[in-house]
Design a protein around this ligand. Structure first.
Ligand code: CDM
Ligand code: ATP
Length: 284
């Protein structure tokens, strides 16, 4: 038996840091959506558990027990076999949940392959704060340290552009560089009739990690400026702890034109055009 699992890029349209727990983890309030670009996992029945990493962004991704895919597999308990192939398209340590989305896709795929229930919520969270939100990709509001997930609004049609300038900004360093930990929460996202009204509302909200990430990697400011300057861009902002930034457009066609212009002007940057992605629930 072979199972395919898609690991879409995660985008934090907003990311409000509202407090800090005694253990150092931060309280978040974030509107999370997914893009239809991402990594692809193929999971096949096998006697032993193995992982092969290929694809344009495979370089530097661990293939041993440090890989979140193998950590995800370990949550089902020892002695289970699967031959896992991970086709890597997303840059790592980039604020778009590459590893977290891979882990979540591995959990979905292995549960199906092995005919098992998903591990419990606490175990899933132990893989990373972003893994719970990546389990069933769709527009979601994420609170707590990442474990409190509620439905987000229905999204209007839109195009998205993702841009990573090739600098890795480690998440702990960005949180450490954040001045204020007790920022205001996000109001209830109302739902929007168009990409323009959505972008206008998002423009009144924030990513509180943008300024500290920019202090560590000033090129993030250059990326946001370059996205904002493209034809038809309605909003440009950083995702997660960076350094990937996104732009919102009225349509995929506009996003594709902007992505082409950004790639031509900045050949060293990773650039992708996309639309929001929702995983269809598995048939019972
Ligand atoms: C910034 C976000 O990408 C927003 O979606 C996530 O909260 C980060 O998710 P992640 O990469 O899965 O995070 P983890 O691997 O659990 O944590 C990495 C590090 O980020 C910091 N961290 C993460 C999540 C959180 N709510 N508070 C934190 O302070 C901690 O220093 C932690 O050691
Ligand atoms: N499957 C994987 N893909 C990419 N990186 C992985 C994977 N498994 C483990 N890692 C390690 O995890 C680190 C963080 O990568 P990841 O892509 O999850 O970070 P991120 O984009 O900052 O995530 P987030 O948006 O959740 O903060 C990398 O430096 C890499 O060494």
């Amino acid at each position: 038996m072979t199972v395919e699992a898609f690991a879409p890029a995660k985008i934090n349209l907003t990311l409000h840091v509202t407090g800090q727990r005694a253990d150092g983890y931060h309280l978040l309030d974030s509107l999370v959506v997914f893009a239809d670009c991402g990594d692809r996992l193929t999971l096949a029945s096998a006697d032993d558990l193995t992982l092969r990493v290929t694809g344009p962004r495979a370089e530097g991704v661990p293939t041993d027990g440090r890989n979140l895919v193998l950590k995800a597999a370990a949550l089902f308990g020892p002695g289970r076999g699967a031959a896992i192939a991970l086709d890597k398209h997303l840059p790592a340590a980039a604020g778009i949940g590459g590893g977290s989305s891979d882990a979540a896709a591995a959990l979905r795929g292995l549960a199906q392959l092995w005919g098992l229930a998903l591990p419990d919520a606490r175990a899933v969270l132990s893989l990373g704060a972003d893994v719970p939100v990546c389990l069933a990709p769709r527009p979601l509001r994420m609170r707590g340290v990442g474990e409190d997930i509620t439905e987000g609004p229905r999204l209007p049609a839109m195009g998205l552009v993702l841009v990573n300038p090739g600098v890795e900004v480690p998440t702990p360093a960005v949180f450490k560089a954040l001045d204020r930990k007790d920022n205001p929460a996000m109001p209830h996202p109302p739902g929007w009739a168009s990409a323009a009204t959505m972008a206008h509302w998002l423009g009144t909200q924030r990513n509180d990690l943008e300024a500290p990430a920019m202090a560590l990697a000033p090129v993030i400011g250059t990326v946001i400026g370059a996205i904002a300057a493209t034809q038809g861009c309605l909003l440009a902002r950083m995702s997660g702890s960076g350094a990937t930034c996104f732009g919102i457009y009225e349509s995929r066609t506009e996003a594709e034109a902007a992505a082409t212009a950004l790639s031509v002007a900045n050949p060293g940057w990773w650039v992708a055009a996309a639309e929001p992605f929702t995983l269809k629930p598995a048939r019972a």
